[in-house]
Design a binder for this molecule. Structure first.
Ligand code: CP
Ligand code: NVA
Length: 304
């Protein structure tokens, strides 16, 4: 798709509905081997937080496209010694074709994007995780043969994953329900943005009642209760989040064909029971695999 070439992906809200649907179709075509685009470019990975799936799936995606990656660990670059991000961005864009960034503040990602002339991809910030949601929607589409009329219920912390799910589901017309404890709801500005995108296409529901939110849902989704950078809050959050665990009782409220999703890594017996995570309705391993296919489609679209 011409319109995606050279673009940043800082927020899922940067995409038009047609662009997101195109990426899902492109990913599907690549996954089944119908097409195998080539792209001999170099992607930099600038990750200031830990990562298994995102780091490896971006790396393999570039190798499979015929390109390569350079892993820019903060501790082995001048970033870890405080070189300004604006300077780093203006240097890296003279070597690299694109940069995937995992960091804390969305403002740091924006600073990099503002100073780099190459495409910059959000590989997770405290605010959003758009690449994850490309894979999630691909998994949903594969499981149900389409996205029309589906309802996805996310139960847990109103965090980066919840924010990108709100925007992504709204873009493709999937009903999205978020159930989070009071005080941990998604940001109002993102909810309003999702409502504006969804308009009359689909519903956006924010609640603190996980049982009601789960009723009739086609997908139940959760994530850790304390994200990277919030480790010191983890113990205090446990009792507040206990009613928001995805377990057999919550799963029974959902549609009988419902699938269970988790971006991983999972904390068994916290946000999800081992029985549900490993149970027949879980699609978490397919979901993790789809990170590769979805990001390959994204990279091929912005780099060629
Ligand atoms: N889901 C996800 O982004 O995993 P990693 O933190 O391992 O990249
Ligand atoms: N919300 C989690 C997602 C990890 C993939 C975090 O930010 O740590």
């Amino acid at each position: 798709m011409e319109g995606l070439r050279g673009r940043d992906l800082l927020s899922l809200g940067d995409l038009q509905p047609s662009e997101l649907l195109y990426l899902l179709e492109f990913a599907t075509q690549m996954k089944v081997g119908a097409i195998a685009p080539k792209c001999a470019k170099v992607l930099g990975l600038l990750f200031q937080k830990a990562s298994t799936r995102t780091r490896v799936s971006f790396s393999v995606a570039m190798y499979q496209l015929g390109g390569q990656i350079i892993d820019l660990h903060p501790q082995s670059t001048q970033v870890g010694r405080g070189e300004p991000l604006a300077d780093t961005a203006r240097v890296l864009d003279r070597y690299l074709d694109a940069l995937a960034v995992r960091t804390f503040a969305q403002a740091d990602l924006t600073t990099i994007a503002d100073h780099a002339r190459i495409p910059v991809i959000n590989a997770l910030t405290d605010l959003e995780h758009p690449c994850q949601i490309l894979a999630d929607l691909l998994t949903l589409q594969e499981s149900f043969g389409g996205l029309s009329g589906l309802t996805l219920t996310y139960i847990g912390d109103g965090n980066n994953v919840a924010h990108s799910l709100l925007l992504g589901c709204a873009l493709v017309g999937v009903n999205i329900r978020i159930a989070a404890p009071p005080g941990f709801l998604p940001l109002a500005a993102i909810v309003e943005q999702a409502q504006a995108i969804a308009a009359t296409k689909s519903e956006v529901t924010i609640t603190s009642d996980p049982v009601v939110a789960a009723q009739g849902a086609h997908a139940l989704y959760t994530d850790v209760w304390a994200s990277m950078g919030q480790e010191s809050e983890a113990a205090d959050r446990l009792p507040l989040f206990q009613p928001y665990q995805i377990n057999d009782h919550i799963l029974q409220q959902a549609d009988s064909q419902a699938i269970v999703l988790h971006c991983l890594p999972a904390h068994r017996e916290e946000e999800i029971t081992a029985a549900v995570l490993e149970g027949p309705q879980s699609r978490v391993w397919e979901q993790a695999e789809n990170r590769l296919h979805a990001q390959k489609a994204l990279l091929a679209s912005i780099l060629t």
